[in-house]
Design a binder for this molecule. Sequence first.
Ligand code: ZN
Length: 103
Amino acid sequence: MFKFKVADEVLVTVGRDKGRKGKVEKVFARENKLVVAGVNVYKRHKKVTKNQAAGIYEITRPVDVAKLVLICPKCQKQTRVGFVLEGKVKKRICKKCGGRLAS
Ligand SMILES: [Zn+2]
C-alpha cells in the first residue's frame, strides 16, 4: 500500500522547490513518485505541430517521494504515514496525532 494518495497535501523538503506546499495530483507508486501541483514545474519551448500552437508550455514533472513529506489535514503538522488494520481494511494514520487519513 502506498503512503500517498491523490489530494493529499505535501511539503517539499529538498531541492529547488524546498518549502513549497501542494496537492498531490497523480501517484506513480511503482516509481515512488508523485506529481504535485505547482512543484517541479518546467517550462518547455515548443514548436508548432498539427495539434498545438508554438509557445512556452508548463510541465509538471513527478517528484521523488523521498523529497516530500505529508501534511496532516487534522493537526497541520509535517508527519509520516502509519498504517492500522481496522477489521480487514488497512487504514492510513498520521503518526503525530493518530488521526485517520483519507484512504
Ligand atoms: Zn496529524
